[in-house]
Design a protein around this ligand. Structure first.
Ligand code: ATP
Ligand code: ZN
Length: 292
């Protein structure tokens, strides 16, 4: 594969799969617009010195390790399995999934130790072997690259270890969920070579600042409401998450408007308290970006 060295930051993402859309959505919010990429391998982002490389996810850790790409978005499950020498920069908060054991319905396995002597089919042999080692379990690991869930029915394994989200695939194959051995999400990785390139490091720092602003904005909401003047001090004291609010006078002398950034986790708790203090006209707005 030859990729033009034009000084742009090369960012590898999955070509077609579960991480593609979320990666592009994040990049878009960071001002890296990727449009009409169709079947192309490399696409430039107008207005930002980066090129997006579309690759199979399994290849991303190695390409980033070797510096073919400077950055990559990859599931931690693949990253750990590939044992590539890369720098983990940031958890991206999407692509969440679990690698778990699963057993045929008729099998009764309660404790990890009961896996002793079993044959385990998986696409993640390294992660599974590490789990077995850490738990002092002697079992045979059988590597299968796809459709791991049919291995017990084919008689080539007793149990499986695979990525599970809803469990539907397991159910169809008459398997039931067992221990979770690895929790994964998408992460941003960098080539160990990158820090030697000062210009690219500068571009990376801009990109990282944008990513962190988007992440911060996602975990917050912008709250606006009207409150009787007499309730302001008490209300702000009551709600610690109402950080340094802006208080704006209104035409109605008895009332003020309050604007504040609040953590998304506490929205309903805060709104309930505000209602009890006589708040009206409550508006909650998404924040697109929060730049420190
Ligand atoms: P490729 O053709 O690029 O090799 P793939 O089939 O290996 O694609 P996908 O199924 O698209 O990969 O999954 C990519 C990543 O998405 C996984 O490695 C994992 O980190 C994450 N992921 C999130 N949810 C799930 C899920 N329910 N099942 C599988 N992977 C998931
Ligand atoms: Zn893959």
């Amino acid at each position: 594969m030859t990729i033009q060295n034009n000084g742009n930051l090369k960012i590898a993402i999955q070509k077609k799969g579960r991480l593609t859309e979320k990666s592009l959505e994040l990049f878009n919010l960071c001002g890296l617009r990727v449009e009409n990429y169709g079947d192309r391998l490399v696409v430039a982002t107008p207005g930002f010195p980066a090129d997006i490389l579309f690759l199979r996810d399994d290849d991303i850790p190695e390409y980033v390790q070797d510096g073919v790409a400077d950055l990559g978005v990859i599931g931690e499950n693949v990253l750990v399995e590939k044992e590539a020498q890369v720098v983990e920069l940031e958890n991206l908060g999407f692509g969440g999934c679990q690698l778990m054991m699963a057993y045929p319905e008729y099998m009764d396995i309660q404790l990890p130790q009961e896996l002793n002597g079993k044959r385990i089919a998986t696409s993640y042999p390294r992660i599974v072997k590490k789990y077995l080692q850490d738990n002092n379990i002697q079992a045979k690991v059988i590597e299968i690259s796809g459709s791991v869930e049919i291995a017990p029915a084919l008689g080539i394994a007793d149990v499986i270890c695979d990525i599970v989200s809803t469990g539907n695939t397991l159910m169809v194959n008459k398997l039931k969920k067992g221990q979770v051995i690895f929790k994964s999400q998408a992460v941003l990785i960098a080539s160990p070579e990158l820090e030697k390139d000062l210009r690219k490091t500068e571009i990376l720092n801009d990109f990282l600042r944008r990513i962190r602003s988007v992440q911060a904005a996602r975990s917050s909401k912008y709250l606006m409401l009207n409150l009787p003047k007499t309730a302001v001090d008490r209300t702000i004291g009551l709600i610690p998450a109402l950080r340094s609010p802006t208080i704006v006078p209104l035409a109605d002398d008895e009332m003020v408007a309050i604007h504040a950034v609040i953590p998304s986790d506490y929205i309903w708790e805060i709104v309930d308290k505000l209602k009890r203090e006589g708040a009206s006209g409550i508006l909650l707005l998404p924040i697109e970006n929060m730049i420190p």
